[in-house]
Design a protein around this ligand. Structure first.
Ligand code: ADP
Ligand code: MG
Length: 245
């Protein structure tokens, strides 16, 4: 199953959610490949405290073996890192897009789940990843600017790629109630004006354990196993495992 996580607005928790969700899915026995799809401003390696020797750029530009570029922080989990400050990777031309898709299909055939983190905004790489995967997750916070940007992203994806179904994670919320209320606002507007089919995947509480783990460059599900945000991620992982393939 190929999944990507995007948000429109930056800083709403895409990379944190991808990294921690990946750990939980791996812990539950799935072989998980995390692709750092933020091709120009890589973050996944930073959040995991790992340093990439080879990246997607090496695979794309210099023909490196994609399997060789993988970093394996634990059993069942592999990371395909991107490189920071590689502007040529940000805007993918049609040929590069096709090659990237070929590589990713090849590598992901060794895994149960491909989970791609994407860049902020609605640039070509974000749109491409959403077109490439089987399921699109959109992360938003209840902040009006986040809701607006997520809505704008889904609008473009509907117009350009005819995507209608999005799985929504509400992050940085104070309560489940707040998450559901914010979700309903977006889902209702999406349905009414764009015929979007938004599905509520779950929520992640605002939790100091998240930035603390970022500073330690470790997943918060490991550094704070009992934290409220950790419990939310485990729940999300189970929901994803319950998806019909
Ligand atoms: N649930 C949360 N509770 C508290 N802080 C969070 C939460 N999710 C993300 N953050 C913080 O928000 C910032 C941005 O998160 P990040 O995952 O890098 O977002 P993105 O990848 O969307 O830019 C980080 O400093 C992170 O610690
Ligand atoms: Mg990020």
């Amino acid at each position: 199953m190929k999944i990507c996580v995007s948000s429109g607005k930056g800083g709403v928790g895409k990379t944190s959610i991808v990294v921690n969700l990946a750990y939980c899915l791996a812990e539950k026995g799935k072989k998980v490949l995390v692709v750092d799809g933020d091709l120009g401003l890589a973050n996944v390696d930073v959040l995991l405290g790992i340093s990439a020797t080879k990246t997607i750029s090496d695979v794309m530009d210099r023909g490196a073996d994609p399997l060789e570029a993988l970093i394996r922080p634990s059993d069942n989990l592999a990371i395909l890192p991107a490189s920071s400050g590689a502007p040529d990777m940000v805007t993918l031309g049609p040929e590069e897009q096709e090659r990237l898709g070929g590589y990713l299909d090849n590598v992901s055939s060794h895994f149960d789940v491909l989970l791609a983190d994407t860049a902020a905004g609605i640039g070509p790489s974000v749109l491409w990843f959403n077109g490439f995967v089987d399921r699109s997750i959109v992360v938003m916070s209840s902040d009006p600017t986040s809701l607006t940007d997520a809505y704008a992203l889904m609008k473009v994806l509907k117009t350009d790629y005819e995507l209608e179904r999005f799985y929504v994670i509400m992050n940085l919320v104070r309560s489940e109630e707040q998450a559901r209320k914010a979700f309903k606002t977006v889902a209702d507007a999406g349905k009414r004006f764009l015929s979007l089919d938004l599905e509520y995947l779950g929520w992640v509480l605002q939790d100091m354990a998240v930035p603390e783990a970022v500073r330690k460059q470790k997943p918060f599900v490991l550094t704070a196993p009992n934290a409220p945000a950790t419990q939310c991620i485990w729940k999300l992982a189970q929901t994803i495992l319950d998806w019909k393939q």
